[in-house]
Design a protein around this ligand. Structure first.
Ligand SMILES: [Fe+2]
Length: 350
């Protein structure tokens, strides 16, 4: 323990680990192997650990440390809509490094919380930080739950909702999982906890999952746990407004108004073309029949932003999260940004 510094930051809620002398990936791998129970305890208590000042330069450096923290990593991410490039067996790009201008923030989410199995741990490492923006965002889902008005807590606590997912075959093929064969897709989906599988076109399948709105961890802690807040267009506007507000300055406020304007006009054009009312399109209910209202979702979005901390990672810095306790997102960015991730094998949520 004496070979590293372990500190609390006043800027975020994760615990920080940094080197005293040796910053090599081999040193960190050995230290992590020797201190696994300690790391587990810290992740459970604070929601995650941020590693600063170590010399992690490539995917293979990150993989060796990630495996030392938890050897149970997965080499597949089947329900991810944006399949990242694999750098090593267990480490993939979060997004294409060719993206150079990403003005929209990425909404807060717990990885895969819209399906029946989630990775218990997720790790992100910045190999090249963006010249402008691109900071990681984290929110403690215990605090998010506590920030919600009591009537929302009461309505959603331990309730279940239906989550629909439509996937193209190429996502499965990209994961080297299954060929284009409905029997195999059905068998696979059953194994992943989907209760309805329907082929809706020559290369698309619809899956239906039942997922919890909240979780109670360790028999006592209530955790807000789903992505309902990001499923409607006006919450996208909340995300844009809050992210650019965080950046400060009049220019950023004006930029956010212009992005909100273009986002709303795109939705309006979809409405005119398809005749689908965006409010009705996202009409959905809890399993007990209660309607999930726009106002509820708005309050969920605000509760996330109220508890969101910014992690401006330098090159080579990384963090490990308990994916049920902490949700993650990303600020808008410009320029080349290389972020990689590793996660543990998905487990049933509840
Ligand atoms: Fe994610």
């Amino acid at each position: 323990m004496e070979k590293v510094k372990i500190e609390k930051s006043d800027k975020h809620f994760l615990i920080e680990v940094s080197p005293k002398e040796n910053c090599s990936p081999d040193f960190l791998r050995d230290w992590a192997l020797d201190h696994r129970p300690f790391l587990e305890e810290q992740i459970g208590k604070y929601g995650g650990v941020l590693f600063k000042g170590f010399s992690i330069k490539k995917g293979s450096d990150f993989e060796k440390v990630a495996l030392a923290i938890d050897e149970n990593l997965t080499d597949k991410h089947v329900f991810d809509g944006a399949v990242g490039t694999k750098r090593t067996r267990f480490v993939s790009d979060v997004a294409s490094p060719d993206l150079k201008d990403v003005p929209m923030p990425l909404s807060m989410h717990n990885e895969d919380s819209f399906v029946s199995k989630v990775p218990p741990k997720i790790m992100f490492c910045s190999l090249t930080s963006a010249p402008w923006g691109g900071e990681s965002l984290v929110a403690d889902c215990r605090k998010v739950y506590q920030s919600l008005p009591q009537e929302v807590q009461k309505k959603y606590r331990l309730q279940k909702l239906k989550s629909m997912l439509v996937l193209e075959d190429k996502l499965f093929l990209a994961n080297s999982l299954i060929p284009k064969n409905i029997e195999l897709i059905e068998a696979f989906a059953k194994g992943e906890g989907a209760h309805t599988v329907k082929r809706i076109s020559y290369d698309m399948t619809r899956f239906l999952f039942t997922v919890p709105a909240t979780l109670t961890l360790n028999g006592e802690e209530d955790v807000w746990f789903n992505t309902l807040h990001q499923s409607v267009f006006y919450n996208k506007c909340v995300d844009i407004w809050m992210a650019y507000k965080m950046l400060g300055g009049i220019k950023n406020r004006l930029r956010s108004l212009s992005l909100i304007g273009s986002s709303l006009s795109k939705d309006f054009i979809t409405f005119l073309k398809k005749g689908s009312d965006p409010l009705k399109m996202h009409d959905c209910h809890l399993e007990n029949g209660e309607k999930i209202t726009a106002w509820d979702r708005f309050q969920m979005g605000l509760a996330f932003w109220k508890n969101t901390a910014v992690l401006p990672l330098k090159d080579g810095e990384f963090f490990v999260l308990d994916n049920r306790l902490v949700s993650h997102g990303r600020m808008p960015y410009r320029g080349r940004r290389v972020m990689v991730s590793a996660m543990t094998k998905p487990q049933p949520i509840a």
